[in-house]
Write a protein that binds this ligand. Structure first.
Ligand SMILES: [Zn+2]
Ligand SMILES: [Zn+2]
Length: 133
């Protein structure tokens, strides 16, 4: 194996030549890099697994059945608009407390409401703003 080419140490501002990622003075940074990479990997993985389970949930027969029941209960109308005396057909069944916040309430009819797109978008935007505060 030919020796690895010399290159500059990756530590900002160092510039010493080395055949590894870091020069001798900065070797210890490799462990830190690994740790950070691992934390990042773990976060991404957890996030995609969560998304997968939400996805599976929205396709589950339990949810589809519950969604139909809520739709019937609310007479196919948006409950928010109805509370303002407007009769608007519902588009989505919404989790009042989002499943990301409380997974255990995902099939609780008390936590479900029929909404039109406009009301649902408004609610989602409000929740997003709250989370980012
Ligand atoms: Zn260095
Ligand atoms: Zn509405």
């Amino acid at each position: 194996m030919p020796p690895k080419p010399l290159r500059k140490c990756k530590s900002p501002g160092c510039g010493k030549l080395t055949r590894e990622r870091y020069c001798e003075d900065h070797e210890h940074l490799i462990e830190k890099d690994k740790r950070e990479k691992w934390i990042q990997y773990d976060k991404t993985k957890r996030y995609s697994e969560e998304n997968k389970s939400y996805h599976a949930f929205y396709k589950s027969p339990q949810w589809i059945g519950m969604r139909e029941a809520v739709k019937r209960r609310d007479h196919g109308l948006c409950v928010k608009c109805k509370s303002q005396n407007r009769l608007v057909p519902m588009d989505v069944v919404d989790h009042i407390i989002p499943i990301k916040e409380d997974w255990s309430l995902r099939l609780n009819p008390e936590n479900l409401q029929s909404l039109c797109h406009a009301c649902h978008n408004l609610k989602t935007a409000k929740e997003k703003a709250k989370r980012e505060m």
